[in-house]
Design a protein around this ligand. Structure first.
Ligand code: SF4
Ligand code: SF4
Length: 368
């Protein structure tokens, strides 16, 4: 039986799909295409696949799923595209249509089930506060650590709290659930994703905080860009790099070459480029150098958009290429636990000597 789908979400971007001129400029920047090497795995290919799904000229077979889910949602193609095609929106709509028609990658289904069952993608039964061993208290500032820093790269959550302690800040760890990013990226029903938004907003609003600080670029983007589309956000939202850029930091000198990787969700998606560099610039003695592709043109680490979970080998290969670009440095600093994780895998793969660090780890270390 033919496997055509009802494409309710793609229907709203029919014009957008026709805007792509198939010029192929996106091929020069797409990390997925660079790895796969086939046209279906670049923005224009994904436009063709989406158009085919919308018009029931293409069945939603495994290869279509694969190419639509190999996109890291890095947005680099949109920067490069002369027609300004909203590629990420189209890809995510196509994914929502696939999911609504029962077509989902098993790895993503397992992650969604974990979030719905336990509140985090890793299926951890402990709350964030239990996982990090932090007690509840009231405070002026909320700290939203995010699932990865809470359950996997805990060194980043601990470094962030250590820095805030040293700065004598009145903060409390938010007893959060998943921000919803992973569900939204893989195409899960937005009504259910918005339930997570409401749970987090209620939990934070109950504490009466005036500001929430984020470690994870993905969580930050959600609260900054996506939550306001569905719920009222009654507090100021800041990435930890923005908070630290405004602080007077007393840091010890560090010798060595440092470079910075812009997380796609912080950079291209939210336009935060200067604050992390300003923080790094506060460390006396360092030699800072940009990678060839940085700021708006930064290369993706390969971890986003559900690619890391569904296609781990591809994700690690993309990360390895990014690490290669930083080979001149002693320290590769970034500002997202997920990027730290993925670049760490890239480093292992390459046997690279540099150290991959989150910005908060660098600051905590240099504060002594
Ligand atoms: S750069 Fe834009 S218009 Fe050109 S092929 Fe890619 S998505 Fe289409
Ligand atoms: S968002 Fe990134 S991975 Fe997806 S098509 Fe565009 S450049 Fe490729």
């Amino acid at each position: 039986m033919a496997d055509y789908i009802e494409a309710e979400h793609l229907r709203h971007v029919r014009k957008e799909l026709l805007t792509c001129t198939y010029c192929g400029f996106c091929k020069s920047v797409c990390p997925a295409f660079d790895d796969v090497g086939w046209d279906p795995s670049v923005a224009r290919g994904r436009m063709v696949l989406s158009y085919g799904l919308l018009n029931k000229e293409l069945e939603a077979d495994d290869s279509v799923l694969e190419y639509l889910y190999q996109c890291t949602t890095c947005k680099d193609c949109e920067r490069r595209c002369p027609s300004k095609v909203q590629v990420v929106d189209v890809v995510e709509r196509a994914r929502r249509d696939l999911v609504a028609n029962g077509r989902m990658l098993p790895k993503h289904r397992a992650i969604v089930e974990n979030v719905l069952r336990t509140g985090n993608p890793y299926g951890e039964k402990r709350s964030v506060r239990e996982a990090l061993g932090v007690e509840d208290k009231g405070a002026e500032v909320g700290y939203f650590a995010g699932c990865t820093a809470s359950y996997r790269t805990q060194s980043i959550a601990r470094a962030t709290m250590s820095v805030m302690d040293k700065l004598d800040m009145d903060y409390a760890l938010v007893d959060e659930v998943c921000c919803g990013s992973v569900l939204q990226r893989v195409g899960w029903d937005e009504g259910e994703v918005a339930d997570l938004f409401r749970r987090n907003i209620d939990a934070i609003a109950d504490r009466g905080v005036s500001e929430v600080v984020f470690s994870c670029s993905g969580c930050y983007r959600m609260f900054k860009e996506e939550y306001p589309r569905f719920v009222k956000v009654p507090f100021k939202v800041r990435h930890v790099s923005e908070m630290l850029a405004e602080k007077d930091l007393d840091l010890r000198p560090l010798k060595g070459k440092v470079t910075y990787h812009d997380p796609c969700h912080l950079g291209r998606h939210c336009g935060v480029y200067d604050p992390p560099r300003q923080v790094i610039g506060k460390v006396p003695g360092i030699e800072f150098r940009e990678m060839a592709r940085s700021r708006e043109t930064a290369r993706c680490c390969g971890g986003g958009g559900g690619v890391r979970s569904a296609y781990p080998e591809m994700s690690a290969r993309i990360a390895a290429k990014r690490v290669d670009e930083a080979a001149f440095a002693d320290y590769l600093v970034t500002a997202c636990p997920f990027c730290v994780n993925n670049l760490g895998l890239g480093k292992e793969r390459q046997g690279a000597k540099l150290e991959v660090l989150d910005l908060t780890e660098l600051v905590d270390r240099q504060m002594g």
